[in-house]
Design a protein around this ligand. Structure first.
Ligand code: ADP
Length: 481
């Protein structure tokens, strides 16, 4: 595909970087350049923040219904242009087209849901202790929001932040991941078409560190919402301390996926495949540790390996492909290192286990869908996020033992378990130290529900009314009559 030049969107204008430089966007399935984006830095970020700050009072003063109407337009257009947007996602991120289309619909739903929720942002009155007093609680938009997003959901991670922020009356500056700026640009064309006033939504691409520093250091930015690695999240948290800047962090995960011996095994196998291999295992809520109770371990492992062997690896644009490439060489190297380390320490590879280095697939970053058994806590894969298509199987004896193991991590994003015992379902659900729990459900992340982590997996929640609340300050007004 011919490469094309794309632009940033600042103060209602499509702009080049001040330096005039660009960076290339690669297709991870082929290594081809699919486009370029402006190599912006702090100066463009500052212009965008100034524009967003200027646009804020008028945007916040609109009625919720007016803001909602603009957002609904964006949401419906995303649905209407599903194929076009999905193609772009597959080209720069690699996920199969069907998954990319599902992402577009998921991303659009954050927009429509937030638009509807905008109308329900209300306040409260509280009975005062003195007869001549009245207490009002107002919820007001925070102000300028800076959003930093990752490459694994190039559309949804943007709308999950931007839509509730705009709905609440905030204005935004977005810095998308350097791997996937093209989808971001396509989304911002829809914001432009929806007639958002200049400065309400801005897009800056380029140097993550310089742009990040400007977001942190500029007092006009009132909140930073970040999705990405725990390492960068901690860096932002330290940086935000100077101005006590509001933060929302969606960081890494290390999800346990527990299969009890009373579970519906076929359902658990299918759930695991959907959860583990989506986006080639590159989601922060992917299962990372699969705990299977001893009596059913061998049956479960055999059923799983048989189905995983049948998954088709390939370019996401081709029909019938289940698993696309990893995002880049570094990702491939890490997945390989985790598998090699596990095998060296005694794990058994039931299927897959290698990168593809030959033929067409050799041009991209492909790793075979892999199932490992005999995995133990000494292996890197047991504690580090693999972010790849590898299912490591651990066996366990009792509920108590598996709960202790499942919670023995600094992460706390998502956890899954399968059981047909109703009492166990409640016990386990309550004791898992995770922000998102799928009980017999591999897909708990939906636009109307809160998404976020315990422990080092993050701060704050996205989705539903919780997601909108992230962008509101609470004001106590005490009136003496
Ligand atoms: P990943 O390892 O998944 O790429 P990162 O945390 O590195 O996760 O990236 C997520 C987002 O954070 C991307 O938009 C990236 O450009 C941005 N980013 C990376 N480093 C920094 C930084 N020092 N300051 C601000 N943003 C950053």
């Amino acid at each position: 595909m011919a490469s094309e030049t794309n632009l940033m969107y600042i103060d209602g204008q499509w702009q080049e970087a001040d330096s005039g430089k660009h960076f290339e966007v690669m297709n991870p399935a082929t290594g081809d350049v699919v486009g370029t984006a402006p190599a912006g830095s702090w100066s463009e970020a500052r212009r965008a923040i100034v524009a967003a700050n200027r646009a804020f009072p008028a945007w916040a003063a609109l009625t919720a219904k007016e803001r909602a109407n603009s957002l609904l337009h964006v949401g419906y257009e995303m649905q209407a242009r599903k194929e076009q947007l999905a193609r772009l996602i597959t080209l720069e991120c690699g996920k199969p087209l069907a998954e990319a289309e599902a992402e577009v619909l998921y991303a659009a739903e954050f927009v429509t849901w937030s638009a509807e929720e905008a109308k329900r942002v209300g306040g409260e009155t509280i009975p005062a202790s003195a007869p001549n007093k009245r207490i009002l609680v107002l919820r007001q938009p925070i102000g300028v929001v800076a959003a930093i997003t990752p490459w694994n959901f190039p559309a949804a991670m943007i709308t999950r932040k931007v839509a509730p922020a705009l709905a609440a009356g905030c204005t935004v500056v977005v810095k998308p991941a350097e791997q996937t700026p093209l989808t971001a640009m396509a989304l911002f064309r829809l914001f432009e078409e929806a007639g958002l006033p200049a400065g309400v939504a801005n897009l800056v691409t380029g140097d993550a560190q310089e742009i990040g520093k400007e977001f942190l250091g500029n007092p006009q930015v009132r909140k930073i919402s970040f999705t990405g690695s725990t390492e960068v999240g901690k860096l932002l948290m330290r940086g935000a301390a100077d101005q006590v800047k509001r933060l929302a962090l969606e960081l890494g995960g290390h999800a346990p996926f527990i299969v009890f011996d009373d579970a519906d095994l076929d359902r658990a196998v299918d759930g695991l495949i959907a959860c583990k291999f989506r986006n080639a295992g590159q989601t922060c809520i992917c299962a990372n540790r699969v705990y299977v109770q001893e009596p059913i371990f061998n049956t479960f492992a055999a059923k799983l390996a048989e189905k995983v062997r049948a998954l088709k690896l390939g370019n996401g644009l081709e029909p019938g492909v289940h698993i696309g490439p990893l995002i880049d060489d570094a990702a491939l190297t890490k997945v390989r290192a985790h598998v090699d380390d596990a095998v060296r320490k005694g794990a058994r590879c039931l299927c897959g286990g290698r990168p593809r280095t030959e033929g067409e697939l050799g041009k991209g970053h492909f790793f075979e869908p892999t199932v490992l058994s005999n995995v133990n806590a000494e292996m890197r894969i047991a504690g580090e996020e693999t972010f790849g298509p590898v299912a490591p199987l651990f066996s366990f004896r009792s509920e108590e033992e598996v709960l202790a193991k499942a919670n023995a991590t600094t992460y706390g994003l998502a956890a899954y378990f399968y059981t047909r015992d109703a009492a166990r379902l409640f016990r386990v659900m309550e004791r898992l130290e995770y922000g998102i729990v799928g009980a017999n459900d591999h897909a708990p992340a939906v636009p109307q529900a809160p998404f976020g982590g315990y422990k080092e997996s993050g701060l704050g929640r996205e989705g539903g009314r919780f997601g909108v609340e992230e962008y509101l300050e609470i004001k106590n007004v005490s009136i003496a009559l």
